[in-house]
Design a protein around this ligand. Sequence first.
Ligand SMILES: Cc1ncc(COP(=O)(O)O)c(C=O)c1O
Length: 375
Amino acid sequence: MSDIRKVKRNILLNPGPATTTDTVKYAQIVPDICPREKEFGEIMRFVSSELTSLVADSEHYTTVLFGGSGTAAVESILSSVMTDGVIVIINNGAYGKRMCEIAEAYGLDWVEYISPVDQPIQLDQLQLFIQKQPRPVSYLAVVHNETTTGLLNDIEKIGSICKENNLTMMVDAMSSFAAIPIQMSKMNISYLAASSNKNLQGMAGVSFVVAKKEELEKERTTKPMNYYLNLYAQYKHFKETGQTRFTPPVQTLYALQQAIIEVKEEGIKERYERYSQCWDTLIAGIKKLGLHHLVPAEHHSKIITAIVEPACEAYNFDSMHDYLYKNGITIYPGKLANLNSFRVANIGDLTKADIELFLTFLEKYLQRIGFHSAD
Ligand SMILES: Cc1ncc(COP(=O)(O)O)c(C=O)c1O
């Protein structure tokens, strides 16, 4: 790296795209190449097989790549997979709600299981809900780490419910993949959606589905209701040609190749330990400043936190954001309709020192607006 220019480092505390290493940034600077070349096909095969191996065994599972943001992968699963039977969609945050909106847009046969945004899913009630449906239920979709709040859904236990009720399980693992360990087979997950730019610490632009091959093969005869996002068509084409059906995001894939090398070097468990250290620092720090987070710690991922906004007349999210932004730190607004919150994610190429710096500036901002904790 010595012969290349260092890029200004911003501390991104938004829930992705995350802060990346310079090696990932520079991996995009490569000679121009036509993505139809065999050489580029090998990059995509590497990316696909390594992504699979982070959560499953490559003999029974595979990864289908799309150019697009994370929602493309979620939409691809929902719009490609269903043949008959109802899908139960768990909604306990904005991303669960988004799956309901996708289901509605495609005219799927769906029912919503609403659960509180700040409390764990009551599994016995979910089981009862599935069993009491008047029509046969065949599928269930759930978000792993609800990025709205940081509520971590117990996908292993939900997977057991799916197994018991013979349901095909789909998981939006956008903000957990590559940090919170996932084992698709053990957890009974058939389809999992994620993207390149969160815990993988790559660039935005690659959306992917890790899928059980046996389930994918069942889609062979399904009449498509989508085109670009058709999961089986993309899987088949890639298997046969080593190419995506449409132009892939070339440079993003080079960066993703490097990001995968780096996650393997660090280890998923170790990456989550690093994130956890950042999270523990964040939680202790906000508490000291008199702020609190929404979800109880025992149900919280150590990835993203919804913090209740300070009760202070002079407080304004935009002014806080702008003050931090001026100092190289980006935070994110809340996404809850009934509660004013802002969000801080501690993912990406960050350390505890970055969180400490954020806390120092946050303290200065709170002093400037005259906030005094009620605690
Ligand atoms: C759980 C979850 N699902 C889906 C998405 C959508 O991803 P994108 O904005 O890349 O489409 C996000 C993004 O934050 C997410 O956190």
